[in-house]
Write a protein that binds this ligand. Structure first.
Ligand code: ATP
Ligand code: MG
Length: 293
């Protein structure tokens, strides 16, 4: 089994006829058990940790990881597990919820643009500007709240938003921001089980929201919006990974592999130490050996 094959299976990078139905949420590829996946995940996490150290030291590239999913698909847990070996100093996580009044007073990319990762860092968006073609598309009343001049709100608005997002992501890529996008693809049936478990377990009850049940009733509309979004915004420079999410252990391995692959595609290396720096290091060594205490 080749590691690279694992993430690539779920990578969509320009298929305008992509169908969500072509990826089974229950899929676990050739991995047969949670234990086997755990081994892969540990290796992936260790590799990620090494690569991130170089990314940070080199201070040139930035990584933007975007997570989108229906509720209870496992975004939070995936982020927590996959990034568990990463130095917190080099990683920034932002969650985007219902926009505030101030945020609604701006263009739709404003609030996320302010949180883009710096060079040398990994930035994680837990939900993102993609909500603008998902929840906002499923709920027209949200679009009405955005105060966009009515003349600009036409039947073309979703196509225009896709175009703007693609242009924005190309711009970021040209500036050294590497983008990878993950849609955690959970089945409606598995979501139901997870929501029921949230109701039963005291440690999970705080996560439960009646809104999750309301959104669940619009499942079909959401899936159509996700499919259309992937068709229009999966590009060479910013691919979507449609990750089977009915088995959390599998989701985590795929995401970890995809991130490792993205980092490995870069020319990451520790900065070279020049002659001036070498002299400085020699002086430090001498000073330390003179003052033994
Ligand atoms: P959890 O796993 O804790 O449920 P979550 O990401 O679902 O995490 P919630 O507070 O439950 O967080 O939900 C955030 C809500 O904000 C989602 O329903 C999402 O669709 C909504 N939201 C995010 N961005 C926008 C936006 N731009 N416009 C309108 N709603 C948005
Ligand atoms: Mg939620």
């Amino acid at each position: 089994m080749k590691r690279t094959e694992l993430a690539r299976r779920y990578c969509i990078d320009g298929d305008t006829r992509f169908r969500l139905a072509s990826i089974n949420p229950d899929d676990t590829w050739k991995l047969k058990s949670k234990d086997q996946a755990q081994e892969w995940l540990q290796k992936g996490i260790a590799r990620l940790s090494e690569l991130q150290d170089k990314l940070y030291a080199q201070d040139q590239w930035a990584i933007l990881l975007i997570f989108q999913a229906m509720d209870a698909a496992g975004k939070d847990g995936t982020i927590k597990h996959v990034m568990s070996g990463v130095n917190p100093q080099g990683c920034q996580v932002f969650s985007f919820k219902t926009p505030s009044a101030e945020e609604l007073d701006h263009d739709f990319l404003w609030r996320t643009t302010r949180q883009l990762p710096e060079r040398g860092r990994i930035g994680i968006f837990n939900r993102s500007y993609y909500e603008e073609v998902l929840v906002v598309r499923v709920h027209p009343e949200l679009l009405a709240r955005q105060k966009v001049p009515p003349a600009l709100v036409t039947g073309d608005i979703w196509r225009e938003r896709f175009e703007d997002i693609n242009a924005f992501e190309r711009y970021l890529t040209r500036n050294g921001v590497i983008i990878r996008k993950f849609f955690l693809h959970v089945s409606k049936r598995e979501q139901r089980q997870r929501l029921l478990r949230r109701l039963e377990q005291p440690a999970k009850q705080w996560k439960f929201s009646l809104d999750d049940v309301h959104e669940r009733q619009k499942w079909g509309q959401y899936m159509r919006a996700y499919e259309d979004m992937i068709r229009h915004t999966a590009t060479d420079c910013a691919p979507w990974y449609v990750v089977p999410a009915d088995h959390k252990w599998f989701t985590r391995v795929v995401v970890a592999e995809a991130i490792v692959e993205a980092l490995e595609s870069l020319d990451l290396a520790y900065p070279k130490v020049g002659s001036a720096k070498r002299k400085e290091l020699a002086a430090v060594r001498t000073a330390l050996s003179v003052t033994k205490a």
